[in-house]
Design a protein around this ligand. Sequence first.
Ligand SMILES: NC(=O)c1ccc[n+]([C@@H]2O[C@H](COP(=O)([O-])OP(=O)(O)OC[C@H]3O[C@@H](n4cnc5c(N)ncnc54)[C@H](O)[C@@H]3O)[C@@H](O)[C@H]2O)c1
Length: 338
Amino acid sequence: MVRVGIIGMGFMGSMHFRNYQKIPQAKVVAVGDINSRRAHGDLSDLWGNIGSPSAASLPMEGITPLTDARQLMARPEVDLVDICVPTPAHAALAIEALAAGKHVLCEKPLARTAADARRLAQAASKAKGFFMPAMCMRFWPQWAWLKQSIVENRYGKVRAATFRRLGSPPGVAWYKDGANSGGAVLDLHIHDTDFVNFLFGAPAAVFTCGYSAFTGSLDHVLTQYLYPGGPAVSAEGGWDMAAGFGFSMRYTVNFERATADFDSSRDRPLLLYADGKSEPISCAATDGYFEEINYFIACIQTGRRPETVTADDAAAAIGIIEAEVKSAQTGRPVKISS
Ligand SMILES: NC(=O)c1ccc[n+]([C@@H]2O[C@H](COP(=O)([O-])OP(=O)(O)OC[C@H]3O[C@@H](n4cnc5c(N)ncnc54)[C@H](O)[C@@H]3O)[C@@H](O)[C@H]2O)c1
């Protein structure tokens, strides 16, 4: 049994909580939040984009509520510390939890800056406990299918790939301050930047344009990831859509012998076009939030270091995002240093 302590019981903390409840090998034993009501499982004021929890309170029987993250890390019965606080607090808390000898799962973006993320990656490389950044798209069934299709060369080479992740403005104050959230370019679009890096490796350069609407950081971006001699790759991301737009994520990938099209807002989200026909692709009826947690618990139980995503991968994605910001500021492509 892996005994879990979750720090930050907002949208993601409660999402993780519910997923641990589905895994027989995991048990939440403590939760921590500076907001005492949330630490006691009262979620009546939550906001979120995908799969917002329907119940306003969590079943807290047998779970210790704490308002101090450090007390949670110090508890001997906690094996795994799961960090779901706002982004600027990730790196310091994760480093402390690793130093306390715990396994650590940390929400994305790994840190507010690439420098902080690298510091955390360094600590993770030396730690006794396992560390995994919660880059959920690498585990999202239809996205894992795409990765596998490329690894197995099922439909020939990729000629072009485009990604799109758009939503209405976030409803929580810390997201609306770009100094904290990094704007949509860091908070939202990082999912696609990381996935591009996962599929095709680091681009030679990025070329980005975008604008700031309300955070002081980039709230909507269009990026071309430049792969000389390779596929044509781009992504659009933003959270400045009009109220009521909601949230959607998409990809369209053109292989030599097929086109794959994913749209989270469709009943059959993944379609494969080939030989004049379109075929819906069925994937596991779960999501990346469950799959990433299930994977990390299995890694801890079997003593197998997580490989699907590492701290270095998550730090690299933030490095690419910072290059995208620089490109938008200068109006020029920015090289990615390897
Ligand atoms: N993987 C995804 O798709 C995804 C989706 C949404 C959010 N996130 C990420 O998850 C993180 C949390 O986002 P959220 O939407 O859940 O935010 P949120 O505001 O809903 O929840 C954060 C919670 O942390 C608590 N908190 C703040 N500082 C704390 C501290 N030092 N100790 C203990 N508790 C503290 C707050 O009181 C709040 O309850 C962010 O980094 C965000 O980018 C990831």
